[in-house]
Write a protein that binds this ligand. Structure first.
Ligand code: ADP
Length: 400
C-alpha cells in the first residue's frame, strides 16, 4: 500500500475518535471511537472495509492504553506502513496559533500554556498527543486548531466591552471554535456554488451538539458566535448560548448556586434540553413537537429564532450575502430547522425550495434555495477529519 495516509486523532476528556484518511481524496480507510475511558466499562469500536468491530478494553483503561490498543489494530490490519503522520485536533490555540503546525517541544509547551482557556479540552488533547508520540515515534505529529481559522477576526469583533487590561493581561477575548468545519464548508461552498472565493460573502451554520455560526468574507473568518469558550452564541444541545451575564450573580446571590452549579446549568442542563425538558437530541425533540409537545415546539422555535437573528446580524460584517450554508448533525439532517430559519430570513432575499430541502438529508447535501433566490442556501456535509489529514500531510511533505 502506498505510504500516504494520516491517522487523525480527536481526543476528549473521556473518549477519542480516530480515523485513517487518504488526504488526497478524503477517503476514510478506518474510523472508530474509544469511549468511557478511565471508567469501569470502557470500549472501543471501529469500522474497516465496511465491517464493524467492537473491542473490550480493561476496566479504567486510560487514553494511553486505548491508543496502544489502536496501534495493535493498525498493525494487525497491516496499515502501519501506510501512515505518514498523525494529525491531532486541538481545541484551543489562543492567539499563538493561526494555522496548523508540526508539534515540537515548544508547540507542546504553548498548547499547555493555553490550557487555562480550555481546561476541559486542551489537557485531553495533550494526553492524546503524548500517547501518539509514544506509540508512533517515527511519525510526524501535527496539531490542527479549532480556533485558528478565526484568528482573522478583527479586533472590533473579538473584544468584549470589559476593561481592556483583561485582554492584555489574560487574553480574555472572543476566539471562536469549530474553525476547521467553518473553513471546510465555506471552501466547498465556493467550489460547488461557483463563487469567486476572493470576492465572496458566506455565512456558515455548524449545528451539532455544539452550534456556531460564522461570517466568512473573501475566504476569511470575520466574525463567529462562540467566544472565549464554546458557551457563547447560539442555543445548543445542552448549552444556553448568549444570556444576560447578570444571571450569574442572580443565581449565586439569590438562589445560592455555587460556581460549579452555574457552570453545569449553563453548559449541561440548558439549550434544547433545558427548554424542551425532554432531550438534547434534535430528532427526539422534532418527533415530540410533531406529536404536540409544547415545550419541544418552543425549544425548536427559540433555536431557529436565535439562529436567524445571528445570521442576519452578520450582514453587517459581510456587507451582503452570497450564500448561507448548513452543516453538522442538525444542519445536514433537519429539513424542519432549515425551513424555519430560511422563512425568518426571507427579507434577506433567500427563498427555500421545499422539495430540495427535503431531499438534502442524510449526508447527501445539496442546494436548497429556490431558483431566483437572491441568496443561495445549501447543505454541505462537514469533514473536519479531511482538513486535519490534508494539513498534516502538507506539513509532513513540506518538511521531509
Ligand atoms: P457533535 O457536535 O457531537 O459532532 P453532531 O454533529 O453529530 O454532533 O450532531 C448531533 C445532533 O444532530 C443531535 O442533536 C442529533 O439529534 C442531530 N441529528 C442527527 N440526525 C438528525 C435528523 N435526522 N434530524 C434532526 N436532527 C438530527
Amino acid at each position: 500500500m502506498p505510504s500516504h495516509h494520516v491517522l487523525v486523532l480527536n481526543c476528549g476528556s473521556s473518549s477519542f475518535k480516530f480515523a485513517i484518511i487518504d488526504p488526497h481524496h478524503g477517503e476514510t480507510l478506518l474510523n472508530g471511537l474509544a469511549e468511557r475511558l478511565n471508567d469501569s466499562n470502557p470500549a472501543m469500536k471501529y469500522t474497516y472495509n465496511g465491517t464493524k468491530t467492537n473491542i473490550e478494553l480493561a476496566s479504567f483503561s486510560s487514553h494511553t492504553i486505548a491508543i496502544e490498543s489502536l496501534v495493535s489494530i493498525i498493525q494487525d490490519l497491516n496499515l502501519s506502513d501506510s501512515l505518514i503522520a498523525v494529525g491531532h485536533r486541538v481545541v484551543h490555540g489562543g492567539e499563538t496559533f493561526t494555522q496548523s503546525v508540526e508539534i515540537t517541544p515548544d508547540v507542546l509547551a504553548a498548547i499547555q500554556k493555553t490550557s487555562n482557556l480550555a481546561p476541559l479540552h486542551n489537557p485531553a488533547n495533550l494526553i492524546g498527543i503524548e500517547a501518539a508520540q509514544h506509540a508512533f515515534p517515527n511519525l510526524k505529529q501535527i496539531a490542527v486548531f479549532d480556533t485558528a481559522f478565526h484568528q482573522t477576526i478583527p479586533e472590533h469583533a473579538y473584544l468584549y466591552a470589559i476593561p481592556y487590561s483583561l485582554y492584555q493581561d489574560h487574553g480574555i477575548r472572543r476566539y471562536g471554535f469549530h474553525g476547521t468545519s467553518h473553513y471546510y464548508v465555506s471552501d466547498m461552498a465556493c467550489k460547488t456554488l461557483g463563487l469567486d472565493k476572493q470576492n465572496s460573502k458566506i455565512i456558515t451554520a455548524h449545528l451539532g451538539n455544539g452550534c456556531s455560526v460564522s461570517a466568512i468574507k473573501n475566504g476569511q473568518s470575520v466574525d463567529t458566535s462562540m467566544g472565549l469558550t464554546p458557551l457563547e452564541g447560539l442555543v445548543m444541545g445542552t448549552r444556553s448560548g448568549d444570556i444576560d451575564p447578570g444571571l450569574f450573580s442572580y443565581l449565586t446571590s439569590q438562589l445560592n448556586y455555587s460556581n460549579e452549579q452555574v457552570d453545569a446549568l449553563l453548559n449541561k442542563q440548558s439549550g434544547l434540553l433545558g427548554l424542551s425538558q425532554l432531550s438534547n437530541d434534535c430528532r427526539e425533540i422534532e418527533d415530540a413537537a410533531q406529536a404536540g409537545h409544547r415545550q419541544a415546539l418552543l425549544a425548536l422555535d427559540i433555536f431557529c429564532y436565535r439562529l436567524a437573528k445571528y445570521i442576519s446580524s452578520y450582514l453587517v460584517p459581510l456587507g451582503g450575502l452570497d450564500a448561507l450554508i448548513f452543516t453538522g448533525g442538525i444542519g445536514e439532517n433537519s429539513s424542519l430547522i432549515r425551513q424555519k430559519v430560511l422563512s425568518h430570513l426571507s427579507f434577506v432575499g433567500v427563498r427555500c425550495d421545499d422539495s430540495q430541502n427535503e431531499i438534502a438529508r442524510f449526508g447527501k447535501g445539496g442546494i436548497i434555495s429556490a431558483n431566483g433566490s437572491s441568496v443561495q442556501a445549501a447543505v454541505i456535509p462537514t469533514n473536519e477529519e479531511w482538513v486535519i489529514a490534508t494539513d498534516a500531510a502538507a506539513l509532513t511533505l513540506e518538511t521531509k
